[in-house]
Design a protein around this ligand. Structure first.
Ligand code: PMP
Length: 429
């Protein structure tokens, strides 16, 4: 594969953009090598500036659930653009979006549109703090909720100790308010709440972890957290930026039958445009300004073009059987990958919830962050590049979930498995 044009662009980019990119993982730092630059995308494929084609399992990190450049979404955007790009005053599409979201995700009785997942989670935490009058929040190891200061925190030396910043620029005084728990550990959550429950404003979790590869919740785990939050008056926040409209039409909360107090969204609800949202119980949401005193605002929030793209996308995911078909395709892919790895003598296990999947270089069933980080990262990096050379783009990090779209038909999945057969042989050496 020739990458001359991508290399030339990356050289230019590195002079002016930190690391040559506008979001870190795109730089291929953890897998090594250089990123390719995309010229266009269509269906399940990305095409780079050197004319190479890749089957895409990143899907713009989630939004492209109906494949790239879908006609219906493109048409909706074209039509919206004809009426102007931004109004700074209310428009009908915002109301339709709110009606659609609250219908599809009933725990959201009211919603507020924002411009990214990061904004959604920041706002949800402010609301939890404002509504409870408490300061501390709980997050989980391996979960990512955007780059807000309160989330760039890891556990201190002991589980119940104060959080430590993972990035310079995050004040220790703030990170100390973030308590970190191991995901899928029932006992640790019980203990933390027994000791500090009355001080905890909100607990935020990716109901299926998609930022430490893909780790589904153990049976009853989300229910356990729900019960603790109810008992201690803590706001339970499901960060469904990845899982929303993907693992099921109603998101992970519908899939697992657990009702959070607040939910954050991103990605799919913008159809590829920069959009996020948060929503939840009316009693909480009506405390947001201007209805209530908790401030949150956005010049471009509810942007008419973004609303049009998101509404078109949400229309498509409501087609009967949409999620069943996607889930079946993901299961077929995972089974194929495991078989191909076994054939090559490489230890691999997979996880899958709907159209989200994980691939782990280990012989264990992965249920915890500690297990996910103990996998063979060198093997993943070799596999990633071997797949890329064969025209398959996986997320450029061992700690990201894979995403399928409805454009990934059987022949594309078979081609992926075929490429993996060869790539696992490369890993075996
Ligand atoms: N929450 C989760 C679960 C995410 O995966 C992400 C981004 N990958 C975010 C929040 C932040 O979203 P954004 O990048 O749109 O700010």
């Amino acid at each position: 594969m020739n990458h001359d044009q991508s290399h030339a662009l990356f050289t230019r980019a590195q002079k002016l953009l930190p690391g040559g990119v506008n979001s870190p993982v795109r730089a291929f730092k953890s897998v090594g090598g250089e990123p390719f630059f995309v010229q266009r995308a269509d269906g399940a494929y990305l095409y780079d500036v050197d004319g190479n084609r890749y089957i895409d399992y990143v899907g713009s990190w989630g939004p492209m659930i109906v494949g790239h450049n879908h006609t219906a979404v493109r048409q909706a955007v074209k039509q919206a653009i004809g009426n102007g790009l931004s109004f700074g005053a209310p428009c009908e599409a915002e109301v339709t979006m709110a009606e659609t979201l609250t219908r599809l995700v009933p725990s959201c009785e009211m919603v507020r549109m924002v411009n990214s997942g990061t904004e959604a989670t920041l706002s949800a935490i402010r609301l939890a703090r404002g509504a409870t009058g408490r300061s501390r929040i709980v997050k989980f190891e391996g979960c990512y909720h955007g780059h807000g200061d309160s989330f760039l925190v890891k556990a201190g030396s002991g589980m119940l100790t104060l959080g430590v910043p993972t990035s310079p620029g995050v004040p220790a005084g703030l990170s100390e308010l973030t308590l970190t728990l191991p995901y899928n550990d029932f006992e640790a959550a019980t203990t933390l709440f027994a000791e500090q429950g009355e001080h905890i404003a909100g607990l935020i979790i990716e109901p299926v972890v998609g930022n430490a590869n893909c780790i589904p919740p153990r049976e009853g785990y989300l229910q356990h957290l729900r019960a603790l939050c109810t008992q201690y008056g803590t706001v339970l926040i499901f960060d469904e930026v990845m899982t929303g409209f993907r693992v099921a039409l109603g998101g992970a909360q519908a899939h697992y039958g657990v009702t959070p107090d607040l939910t954050t969204f991103g990605k799919i609800i913008g159809g590829g445009m920069p959009v996020g949202a948060y929503g939840g119980r009316r009693e909480l949401m009506s405390q947001i300004s201007p209805a209530g005193p908790i401030y949150q605002a956005g010049t471009l929030s509810g942007n008419p073009v973004a609303m049009a793209a998101g509404l078109a996308m949400l229309e498509l995911v409501q087609e009967p059987g949409f999620h069943d078909r996607l889930g079946a395709a993901a299961a077929r892919l995972c089974a194929g990958l495991e078989a191909a790895a076994a054939e090559a003598g490489v230890a691999v296990t997979t996880t899958q919830v709907g159209a989200m999947f994980g691939l782990f270089f280990t012989d264990q069933k992965v249920e915890t962050y500690a297990q996910a980080t103990a996998c063979d990262i060198t093997a993943f990096n070799t596999f990633f590049h071997a797949m890329l050379e064969r025209g398959v783009f996986l997320a450029p990090s061992a700690y990201e979930a894979g995403f399928l779209s409805s454009a990934h038909d059987d022949s594309i999945i078979d081609a992926t498995i075929e490429a993996a057969r060869e790539a696992f042989k490369v890993v075996k050496g």
